[in-house]
Structures are given as C-alpha cells and as structure tokens.
Design a protein around this ligand. Structure first.
Ligand code: LLP
Length: 426
C-alpha cells in the first residue's frame, strides 16, 4: 500500500496535490512519500518481530540523503556497493556499524575507508577479493569482518538482467566452492568470518526461490559448523518484488514467516540473526515521476504523447522493457481517450516511458509515472545534455525539495578546453 491516490479526480501524494508540486518545482520531477517509505520499512521490522535482525536498505535503489536519513532514523542499516554509497550513508547520519558492503570488485581504497569507519561486514564475492581484503586490513592493522556471498545456483525467475543467483551470473562464490574459500578465510590473519550471504535477483514474485536459496545456505552452514567455523548471521539479500502491473509478490510478512518457519525446522531454538537488503520493496512504490505532455502527435500507425521526461530521467522502460503505470494527475477535465506511446525528447527510438497506453489527455496535462521511487533517479543520466530532475519528498500536507534540479552549468562543470599552446589560427 502507498500514499498516492485520487481524491475527487485529482492525484495526491499524501495530502499534497501533485499538480501543486509540478507548479512549484517544475517537471520532470520525482516525488517520494515519507509515510510510504516508513510503512514499507516497518513492514520488514514488524514481520521479523523479536527474531534478531537488521534491515540493510539497499542504497542503490534510491540514495537521496533525505531517504537515507529517514531510514537511518527508523533504525535501518545499509547495503552499499561503492565508497560513494558509503559516504552518502555517513553524510545522511547512518551508522557505519550497520553497513554491509556488497559488490564484485571493491577497490583497495574503498576497503580501507570502510575498515576505517568500522562497517559491520564485507560481503566478499571471490577468493581474489578476499585476498585483497586480507592484505588491506593487514596494512591498516585491522581485522575485516567477512561474509562470503554464495551463489546458490537457483533460478529467481525474473528478468535476466536482474537475475543474479545462477551459475551463469558473475556474482558470488559457487556454493560448491564456498566451503573451501571459507576454510581459506578462517586461516587468514586479518579477516574474521562472521556471516553467509546471498542475493539471487531482484523483482522476485514467488517465495520458492528464496526458500531454495536458504536451504542451500543452511546445508553449508552445517558443514562449516562441523569444521569449527561459526557463522554469526545469515544475510538473504534483497529481491522481494513489487506490484508494477498487477503482480502479487509476497508481502514481507509472508516472506519472513516462511523463512522463520524453515529456519526453526533446521535450527531448533537457535536464533540465528537475519539480515536483509531490500531496496525496491521499500522505495519503488513510494515514488512517482511527474512529467508534462508537450505535444500530442497523431500518426497513421501510432499516436505519440511527447512528454518532457525521457529515458535519461527514467531508464527502466527502455532498458528492461519495464512496465510502469502512467496516470493523468487531474482527471476532471473532459478529454478524448486515445492509445498513445508515451515518449520523451531524446533522439532515440528506444526513448519511451510506456507503449500503447490508453490515456485521456491533452497537451499541457501532467502525468505521473508510478513505481518510480526505486531505480529511478539513481539511474538517471545527462544524455542529450539534459539536466537531471528535481526530487521532492511529501510529508503530510507539506512538500520539501530534497534535491534541486541540476543546473545547466553543472553539466560541464569539471570539463576544460585544451590548452592554447600554439599560435591562434583565425
Ligand atoms: N543486495 C544486492 C547485493 C543487490 O545486488 C541488490 C540489487 C539488492 C540487494 C537490492 O535488491 P532489491 O531489493 O531492490 O530487489 N536496476 C534494476 C534492479 C537492479 C538490482 C540490482 N541489485 C531495475 O531497475 O529493475
């Protein structure tokens, strides 16, 4: 459930009419709902109840400082994949002791910084990476807490670009090699084994792949215990899907309940702490992107609604053929319905936000692209020298600008001309 809804034909974000946001901050513009972010985060903590747990929000989904700060104040930890994300977490007041560091190629400098601020765990994805971490930690006189990201070889049954837990994917250490790498880790001077983790993919709409992955991790856990390697936490990654187009993914409550049941069968009374790294299920439906119709362009085979947002602002439709609902913000004025491809101003045929959408709209109307709070702004680019949009957070009847629209001069800041070292040619 989220807090974007029509009231008397007008779309609101919490108690703010979205039209007023577009007028105040311009378009295109991302709008997030504070109450929805809080609700989605609490769905996890409440589902896990008294079982020891830490929800490490996946920063990559939406890394705006206001979003991170909000979640930090609710007690969230963070899953990061770069030093940039670490610095964002710190700038937003996040607790480094609740940070897990994922990613297949952490650089030595990134490891050093994470060791210095004292993160909770490095989720290590290969033996060479483990060796690098051992060396960097040794140089700094630190002991690095590690978990190995195990690739359990289960099919997440999601889009191939966001499926990560198969043998064919670049992620993690194959489950049948993990034992060996754990033994190597246990013998290293500057690392301490603390956990096991996996992340099998994103936008999962069924529970069974998660449970299959858990089963494989538990088998490994038993083998490790036999060898005297004690695991202090189990991190199941992120991946829970959201409804974009009528999907019915399991709710965090059902997800947690089935995991806890499976764990108690295997683990008896032992309360192995659980970590999760949700991104999309917290942020996606807590955000919309507002865009205004520039022109309607009827054609022989297609009608186009050309809007002021483009693939550089929201790339998911172009990159994954992702479907996101597109709604008129004000439905009160009478309009002729039509079938439109909703396209942007970028010079690419692949520049679309939606295809074959039935919309009753006119030029100048405001549209909301739904489910845009995750993997929206964070994937925006400056392609076609377009400045990235503003970000706004609504809170009850107030709205706050949480990132100003990029200025045009920001686009070339940091660029420079070649030195003029020869005679000028007229
Ligand atoms: N943990 C790790 C190690 C991850 O790689 C990811 C996402 C997450 C957690 C968070 O997963 P989530 O709960 O959000 O599913 N840009 C794509 C999604 C890429 C996901 C990458 N990894 C999209 O727009 O659909």
């Amino acid at each position: 459930m989220d807090h974007f809804e029509y009231r008397d034909g007008v779309l609101f974000g919490e108690d703010v009419p979205l039209e007023s946001i577009a007028e105040r901050y311009g378009t295109p513009c991302y709008v997030y709902s504070k109450a929805t972010l809080e609700r989605h985060f609490r769905a996890y903590t409440e589902a896990l109840g008294s079982h020891p747990h830490l929800i490490c929000y996946a920063v990559k989904a939406n890394s705006n400082l206001a979003v991170l700060n909000l979640l930090a104040r609710l007690g969230a930890g963070f899953d990061i994949v770069s030093q940039g994300e670490l610095e964002r977490v710190l700038a937003a007041g996040g607790d480094p002791a609740k940070v897990v560091f994922s990613g297949v190629a952490k650089q030595a400098g990134e490891m050093a910084r994470a060791l210095d601020v004292g993160i909770k765990c490095f989720n290590v994805e290969s033996l060479p990476e483990l060796e690098r971490l051992d060396r960097v930690a040794g140089e700094r006189g630190k002991i690095a807490p590690v978990s190995l990201r195990v690739n359990p070889d289960v099919d997440a049954r999601t889009h191939p670009y966001i499926s990560t837990g198969l043998k064919a994917n670049k992620f993690g250490i194959p489950v049948d090699e993990a034992l060996n790498v754990y033994e190597i880790a246990a013998g290293m001077a500057n690392v301490r084994v603390v956990g096991i983790d996996c992340h099998i993919g994103s936008q999962l709409t069924e529970l069974s792949p998660f449970l299959d992955a858990l089963d494989r991790l538990l088998v490994l856990l038993d083998k490790l215990a036999e060898r005297g390697i004690e695991i202090e936490h189990l991190d199941l990654g992120g991946g829970l899907g959201v409804p974009y187009q009528g999907e019915r993914p399991p709710a965090p409550f059902d997800y947690a309940a089935s995991l806890l049941e499976r764990l108690s069968q295997r683990e008896g009374k032992r309360q192995l702490p659980l970590l999760f790294e949700p991104g999309r299920s917290i942020a996606a439906n807590a955000g919309v992107m507002l865009t205004r119709v520039e022109f309607l362009k009827p054609g022989e085979t297609k009608n186009f609604a050309i809007v002021d947002a483009a693939m550089n602002d929201l790339i998911r439709p172009a990159l994954y053929q992702a479907w996101q609902a597109i709604l008129p913000v004000d439905t009160r004025a009478p309009r002729e319905p039509g079938i439109y491809d909703v396209v942007g101003p970028v010079c690419e045929t692949g520049d679309f936000l939606g295809k074959d959408r039935e919309l009753a709209i006119a030029a100048g109307d405001l549209l909301a692209v739904r489910s845009a709070g995750a993997y929206g702004f964070v994937m925006a680019s400056n392609y076609n020298s377009r400045s990235r949009p503003a970000e706004v957070m609504v809170d009850g009847d107030r709205s706050h600008l949480i990132r100003q629209r990029e200025r045009l001069e920001d686009l070339w800041a940091g660029e420079s001309l070649l030195p003029s070292d020869g005679p000028e040619v007229d």
